[in-house]
Ligand binder design. Structure first.
Ligand code: PXP
Length: 245
C-alpha cells in the first residue's frame, strides 16, 4: 500500500517582499493561512539570524493560529532554541546558516557536530518538539542523524534541482533515492526539499520513502503570475471608476 505524501509550504519569500518596503504587507501569516485552506499540510518559516525575511512575531503569530503545523526552520543556536521552546512549534528543522548566502547552500555536517546536535535534539524532544536535520543525501550523515536520536531528516534536493544537465540530474536523483530508502530502513521519517519546482517535483514525489516535501520559492513565484492579471484588472478598474464618477 502506498503511504501518503505531504506538502509543507515555505512562506519566507512572502516576507522577503514585505521586508523590501518594511511595511505590514504582504503578511506571510496571511499567506500561510491561505496555503492551509488550499491544502498545504504544514507551513515552514525560516527565522534567519539576520532576520532578512521572517521576523520573530511571524513565528509567534502563526504558531498561535495554525490549523496544520508549523515547521520552524532555524540554525542550532541558543537564541533560536529559546524561541522554539517558547513558541513550541510542531517541528523544528535545523539548517546550517551563513550570513552571506542567498539561501541555504548545503546540508548540515551532523558527523562534525554530533554532541552539540544531540544536546539540541534532546532538549527539543523533552519539550515535545520533533527535530528534523537538513542533510545532503549521504549515508554517513544519515547514520549520524540516527545515532544522535533525531527522528526526521530532510534531504537537500538542491543539487538535483540545480543540475546542469540530464546526466548529472539522474545521478543526483539516484543519490536521493538510495539515501531516502536507507534512512527509511533505519526508521527515520524522510522529508525533502530545496529548489523543487513544477517541472522537477514529480521524480522526487515518486520516491515511496519520502513523507513530506517542503517547497517555497517556486510557489511564491508562480503565485505572482497566476495572481497578477487579477491584481492589474482591479487596479485599473478602481482608476477608471474614479475618473468617470
Ligand atoms: N527546505 C529547507 C531546509 C530550506 O532551507 C528551504 C529554503 O528555505 C526549503 C526547503 C525550500 O526551498 P525552496 O524555497 O527552494 O522551495
Amino acid at each position: 500500500m502506498k503511504l501518503p505524501i505531504f506538502l509543507g509550504v515555505n512562506v519566507d519569500h512572502v516576507a522577503t517582499i514585505r521586508e523590501a518596503r518594511g511595511g505590514l504587507y504582504p503578511d506571510p501569516v496571511h499567506a500561510a493561512l491561505q496555503a492551509e485552506i488550499a491544502g498545504a499540510d504544514g507551513i515552514t518559516m525560516h527565522l534567519r539570524e539576520d532576520r532578512r525575511h521572517i521576523q520573530d512575531h511571524d513565528i509567534e503569530r502563526f504558531a498561535a493560529c495554525t490549523q496544520t503545523k508549523l515547521n520552524f526552520e532555524m540554525a542550532a543556536t541558543e537564541e533560536m532554541m529559546k524561541l522554539a521552546l517558547k513558541v513550541k512549534p510542531h517541528d523544528v528543522c535545523i539548517v546550517p546558516e551563513k550570513r552571506e548566502e542567498l539561501t541555504t547552500e548545503g546540508g548540515l555536517d551532523v558527523i562534525g557536530q554530533q554532541n552539540k546536535l544531540k544536546e539540541f535534539c534532546d532538549e527539543m524532544h523533552g519539550a515535545g518538539i520533533a527535530v528534523s536535520l537538513f542533510i545532503d543525501p549521504n549515508e554517513d550523515q544519515i547514520e549520524a542523524t540516527a545515532r544522535i536520536g533525531a527522528p526526521v531528516i530532510e534531504i537537500h534536493t538542491g543539487r538535483y534541482a540545480d543540475a546542469p544537465n540530464d546526466t548529472v540530474r539522474a545521478a543526483e536523483l539516484a543519490h536521493i533515492v538510495s539515501a531516502a530508502d536507507y534512512a527509511y530502513s533505519l526508521g527515520l521519517v524522510v522529508n525533502a526539499g530545496h529548489g523543487l519546482q513544477f517541472n522537477n517535483v514529480q521524480a522526487i514525489a515518486e520516491i515511496d520513502a519520502i513523507h513530506e516535501l517542503n517547497i517555497g520559492h517556486s510557489l511564491v513565484a508562480r503565485a505572482m503570475f497566476t495572481g497578477l492579471s487579477e491584481a492589474v484588472r482591479e487596479m485599473k478598474r478602481l482608476m477608471v471608476e474614479a475618473r468617470y464618477r
